[in-house]
Ligand binder design. Sequence first.
Ligand code: ADP
Length: 480
Amino acid sequence: MKVLFATSEMYPLIKTGGLADVSGALPQALSNLGVDIKVILPNYADLKNEHIDTKLSIGLVEILGQNVEIFKTRLINSKLEIYLVDHPTFSARKGNPYMGPDKNPWHDNPDRFGLFCRAVVALSAGGFNEDWRPDIIHNNDWQTGLIPALLSESELPKKIFTIHNLAYQGVFDRPTFERLGLPWTLWREDALEYWGNMSFMKSGIVFSDTVTTVSPTYAEEIKTKEYGYGLDGVLKNKGKNLKGILNGIGEDWNPATDQQIDEHYTPNNMGGKYNTKRIIQKHLGLPENPNTPLIIHIGRLVEQKGIDLLIQAIEALKDRDIQFVILGTGENRFEQTLIKLASQNPNKIAVHIGYDEQLAHRLEAAGDAFIMPSRFEPCGLNQLYSLKYGTIPIVHRVGGLADSVIHSDDETIANGTATGVLIDFLDVPAIIWAIDYFIKLYENTEVLSKIQINGMNRQHEWSISANEYKKIYLSLAQEH
Ligand code: ADP
């Protein structure tokens, strides 16, 4: 059984969010379970080449009048092979894979990712002088959504499609559909057509044998009008072929061994965590007070993550003895408000606008709590990292947050399952309530340490999730 894993980002080569973490960890975990799997992604200008071996060309193919080359390489210190699809719209554009310096999506994204999809299909059909041909193609998010449609005439390879975030669908107008050279048979309501436009995401869902998403609760939520973005009906139609599998966490997120944090610690010896808190307070210019609760937030500064509500809650709490640290990039209006808030309250609020992988690790190690008031959250990774780092997650009860955090009440504290604080109905007063609730837990050191340790001992290894994906691959292979 050979599996090709198609993705638009992969840690540590290129990352904008959780998809990169999954692509960096899941194929490796599957390979460790004995699956013959290779990854394919675009050859971006900003790909971190120091993490891969020499790139060797496996051929050049003309697709829709464009020359597309594929390079083959492997991750350093790993056997995992990687194909890189090369075209100037990827390799000659620096920065974010999806948007230009003005933060708007590249105007030709459908052409870029349409070309990527066609290159994947050509490779899997034996193009580019490659003997290795997949029995299964595992596609991820809208950027790979055309692959199953382009392969819909043939039973093999089997197609699996994973939705990492249904909110980003790759919807484009009809002239774009025509420009992409797609057959008119695909312009149907039961194919790519989506309210008079075309949808890459719908294509991925409709033409795949199995659809997965990144948590069981999100798999249920997206079948409703509220979370389904107009695709709830299509998703409901998949029946038992729609499944939720919670993401795991990579090996580099472990406070006992993490190379990027200031001091290591374990559930039995938390000294390093308290020292790290002091180091980070100093680093960020906050008063070095061990007793002041330090609440952190890391993420994209967009409405999905509830950052607008969090900003209002922080403003309401700014006279309390609490420190907030926010690391993120996103919409300008949120970045500007946060910078202003921090400059007005330098002893309470620290803000770092930017993408900083190491600071993310250091904050997870330093924080007392991690707040994640997402309006919806397919899986969420930072609450999983927070559990592992003894940083109590305060989250909205949706999607993967509901599946991974257990609210701390008398019963769950007594039976040893409590791991965090859950908000049932999200608004600003609810966030303030949740922070207050956390502060009460924080003041009882015995209870706090129990909750921390419960979280640190939870099992979120990728091997557990990878086993679930392997079962799907095996059943698809068997079907054939
Ligand atoms: P999403 O994929 O919706 O952005 P996830 O929680 O699934 O959200 O994954 C986000 C990933 O990106 C996490 O690994 C998080 O630590 C990381 N991340 C987000 N913003 C930043 C940032 N500004 N600096 C460093 N890491 C970040």
